[in-house]
Ligand binder design. Structure first.
Ligand code: PSU
Ligand code: MN
Length: 305
C-alpha cells in the first residue's frame, strides 16, 4: 500500500489490534447491506454475520465509506445507517471511490471496493454472498463486473456462494481463468450457483479443509502471484431453493429488467429485489443463510492462515 493511502483509512481499534497481534480478521462488504437486501433484514443480517465471524474466533471488519473516510470495521450504528438509508447510499465500486472520498459522501462498497479497502488495512480474507461477474447478454452490453478485475489484482481471498445464474456463469469462469484467478469449491467439485448447491460447471480445484485453502493462499502470495481467489461455498442443503424454479424466476426478472431498460450498476440490486418478490421472500431467506455460512468458513480460513 502507498504510505499516503493511510490518510484516507480508518481501521477500527479492535481490528487494528487484531491485525497487529496476528489475530484472524474477516472483512465483510456493505453493498449487500444498502442495495442487496431490504430493511430491516439487511441490518439484522449484517449484525448476525458479524456475530458468526466472532463465534468462529475471528474479528469482523465490515467495509464501507462514511463521510469520505474508508472504514475497516463499523459500529452497530454505522451498520444501521447503511441499512436504513439503503439505495440512497452510493453503490461504490473501484471507479466510485475517488469521488465518494473527495466529496465526503457515504458509499456502500461492492466486493471490488471492499477488497481494495481490506488490502489497505491488511485484511486477507473476505466473506460475502455472491460476487459480480460477466452478465448475461454481455456481447451486447459489455457488462462485466469490476469484481472480476479486482480478483485478478488485489490479494484478498473471497468466500462466496458461487456465481448466481443471473450472470453468465460459463463466461464468468472463462474470464477468471484468463485473469489467473483460482476458483475453488469447498467440499464440492461443482461451482455452486448461489441459491442452489451446483451450477453444473466444474470448479478448478476442490478443497475439503480450510487448511488446504490457506496453504494455497500462502503459496500464491509468497510467490508474488498477486490477486485473489474465489472460494465457492455451497448453500447448505436445508436452505437451498429448487433449481428449476429459481431459473424460471430469474429469466422472468431479467425480462422485466430489459423491458424497463435498467442497465449498469442498477442491474444486480434490481434483480435481487425482483427475485425476492417473485419467490415471496424465499430467495431472501436463502441469501441470508448462505452469507452466514460463508462468514463461518471465512473465519476458519482466517484462523489457519
Ligand atoms: N450479488 C448478490 N448480492 C449483492 C451483490 C452481488 O447476491 O449485493 C453486490 C456485491 O456487492 C457485488 C456487486 O460486488 O453486487 C456487483 O455489482 P456490479 O455487477 O455492478 O459490479
Ligand atoms: Mn456492471
Amino acid at each position: 500500500m502507498l504510505p499516503s493511502a493511510t490518510r484516507y483509512l480508518d481501521t477500527a481499534p479492535e481490528v487494528s489490534r487484531a491485525l497487529r497481534d496476528g489475530q484472524p480478521v474477516v472483512a465483510l462488504e456493505s453493498t449487500i447491506i444498502s442495495h442487496g437486501m431490504p430493511y430491516p433484514e439487511n441490518v439484522e443480517t449484517a449484525l448476525r454475520v458479524e456475530h458468526t465471524v466472532r463465534d468462529g474466533g475471528a474479528i469482523p471488519a465490515t467495509i464501507a465509506i462514511l463521510g469520505g473516510r474508508l472504514k475497516a470495521g463499523l459500529s452497530v450504528d454505522e451498520i444501521r445507517h447503511l441499512g436504513e438509508r439503503g439505495q440512497a447510499i452510493i453503490k461504490a465500486s473501484r471507479r466510485d471511490i475517488p469521488f465518494v472520498v473527495s466529496r465526503r459522501e457515504d458509499g456502500a462498497t461492492t466486493v471490488a471496493a471492499s477488497m481494495i479497502v481490506s488490502a489497505m488495512a491488511g485484511i486477507r480474507v473476505f466473506a460475502t454472498g455472491g460476487i459480480g461477474g460477466v452478465h448475461r447478454g454481455v456481447t451486447e452490453t459489455m457488462d462485466v463486473s469490476a469484481d472480476l478485475e479486482e480478483l485478478a489484482r488485489t490479494d484478498v481471498a473471497v468466500v462466496c456462494a458461487g456465481v448466481k445464474s443471473v450472470l453468465d456463469i460459463g463466461r464468468t469462469l472463462e474470464y477468471l481463468e484468463t485473469r489467473g484467478v483460482p476458483v475453488v469449491g469447498y467440499r464440492t467439485d461443482n461451482l455452486p450457483a448461489f441459491y442452489t448447491a451446483s451450477s453444473g460447471f466444474p470448479v478448478d480445484y476442490r478443497a475439503d479443509t480450510p487448511a488446504d485453502i490457506a496453504a494455497a493462499l500462502q503459496a500464491k502470495w509468497e510467490m508474488g502471484l498477486s490477486g485473489g481467489m474465489v472460494i465457492a461455498n455451497p448453500i447448505p442443503a436445508a436452505h437451498a431453493l429448487d433449481g428449476d424454479e429459481i431459473d424460471a424466476v430469474i429469466d422472468d426478472a431479467i425480462e422485466e429488467m430489459e423491458h424497463l431498460g435498467i442497465t449498469g450498476k442498477d442491474t444486480t440490486p434490481f434483480l435481487l429485489a425482483q427475485i425476492a418478490e417473485r419467490t415471496e421472500g424465499r430467495s431472501l431467506a436463502a441469501n441470508i443463510e448462505l452469507v452466514v455460512n460463508n462468514a463461518r468458513l471465512a473465519a476458519e480460513i482466517a484462523r489457519v492462515l
